[in-house]
Design a protein around this ligand. Structure first.
Ligand SMILES: Cc1cc2nc3c(=O)[nH]c(=O)nc-3n(C[C@H](O)[C@H](O)[C@H](O)COP(=O)(O)OP(=O)(O)OC[C@H]3O[C@@H](n4cnc5c(N)ncnc54)[C@H](O)[C@@H]3O)c2cc1C
Ligand code: FES
Length: 350
């Protein structure tokens, strides 16, 4: 499954664990056996070639970096899926996978002082990054409380069912779990909807709403519903972190920057600099590609965060951004896939 491109790194599969039907967890290391660096909640992007065309697929990391766990990711086999079937059906320990790196902003906050309670809403395989965050949070921040509202079809399809119950038993004072099954006969507690969400929120609340942080991951309609229901309950959008597994539909962009002149972009990484000219409507990522400069990316439409960098000089205008929080933008974090330099040259650190 490995290719030959020099700009990507290879990782080696060390173990494969069957979670339940069609779902496997893969643990990987660098080629020399050293651990792959990552932060809990992030994702790893794999690069492969099919019929001569380069393709990418990202997988959320289900292990915890803070607990010293080697990087693991958990894949659900998709019927007719190109890469998930390759991983789940064909791959074996010892196989090499090409990766463009680890990225993502679906992480625990840097500053915990504002938050007392964390709510995790997950559906199906959307548990993967949240499982990483929950075990990290419970083990490393003893003052915080956590709630997991986890939707599945039935119990047999719940990924990490035993591990979640073990965490619940170990941290029974601080961690509460509600498993919802859409096939349940108890219709009032089956599918999560706009009526049930406020009921659960009230039932599990142990802190003022302003001291809560929410994480949401699952199918698009599920995430949309949770987001709307939370906002209707007075939760600020900056308190809701979302991870979108299917960020492919291109959003409608209605605005354009006032300044559309060409500017110089300098990319700094690992102590080296690369420079190119970016002319609107090309984004910084598109201009880099045209100049043969490989930058990290995955969705290319402002929905995953894998192309983020820190703008340390100049200004970047973004046509679309669904991932950055106010705290990220305050630090100068920008997306290169939807970002355009405005008002002068820019320097971006990766
Ligand atoms: C940030 C991020 C994190 C992700 N984390 C995970 C993860 O932890 N675990 C995981 O299993 N996947 C995860 N994904 C999804 C993963 O990247 C792939 O999209 C998925 O494995 C399908 O790829 P494929 O090549 O098998 O299918 P494709 O060949 O891309 O698609 C084949 C067919 O299946 C449909 N399809 C694609 N994805 C889905 C889906 N999720 N549900 C239903 N139908 C689908 C397509 O529309 C198409 O018709 C993540 C995606 C992103 C962007
Ligand atoms: S590549 Fe996904 S946000 Fe830029």
């Amino acid at each position: 499954m490995s290719g030959t491109s020099a700009i990507y790194k290879s990782v080696v599969i060390t173990t494969i664990r069957q979670e339940n039907i069609g779902v496997k967890t893969f643990t990987v290391t660098c080629e020399d056996g050293s651990p792959v660096p990552y932060q809990s909640g992030q994702f790893i992007t794999f690069v492969f070639t099919i019929k001569g065309i380069e393709e990418r697929r990202s997988y959320s990391i289900s292990s915890s970096a803070e607990l010293g766990e080697p990087l693991s990711f958990t894949v659900k086999r998709i019927e007719n899926g190109t890469y998930s079937r390759l991983l789940v059906d064909k791959s074996e320990p010892g196989d090499k996978l090409q990766t463009s790196g680890v990225a993502g902003l679906f992480r625990l906050p840097q500053d915990f002082s504002k938050y007392q309670q964390f709510f995790f809403f997950a559906a199906g395989i959307g548990i993967t990054p949240e499982f990483s965050l929950i075990k990290t949070l419970l083990n490393t921040h003893p003052k915080t409380k956590a709630v997991l509202i986890f939707s599945n079809r039935w119990q047999e399809s719940v990924v990490f069912f035993d591990e979640i119950n073990a965490l619940q038993a170990k941290f029974s004072e601080r961690f509460r779990v509600e498993f919802l099954y859409s096939t349940s006969y108890h219709l009032e507690r089956a599918r999560l909807n706009k009526a049930l969400l406020p009921v659960l929120l009230k039932e599990y609340s142990e802190a003022p709403k302003s001291a809560m942080l929410f994480y949401v991951c699952g199918p698009y309609n599920y995430m949309r519903m949770v987001n709307l229901a939370l906002e209707e309950q007075g939760v600020e959008s900056d308190q809701i972190r979302k991870e979108n597994f299917r960020p492919f539909e291109r959003p409608v962009i209605k605005t354009e920057p006032r300044d559309q002149k060409a500017y110089k972009v300098t990319i700094r990484r690992s102590g080296a600099e690369q420079t190119f000219i970016c002319q609107y409507p090309d984004s910084i990522l598109e201009a880099a590609k045209k100049n043969g400069i490989a930058l990290p990316y995955s969705c290319e439409i402002g929905r995953c965060g894998s192309c983020s960098g820190k703008c340390v000089k100049g200004k970047v205008w973004m046509s679309y951004d669904e991932v950055l929080m106010d705290t990220d933008t305050a630090l100068g974090i920008v997306l290169t896939c939807t970002g355009h330099p405005v008002g002068g040259d820019v320097v971006i650190e990766l």
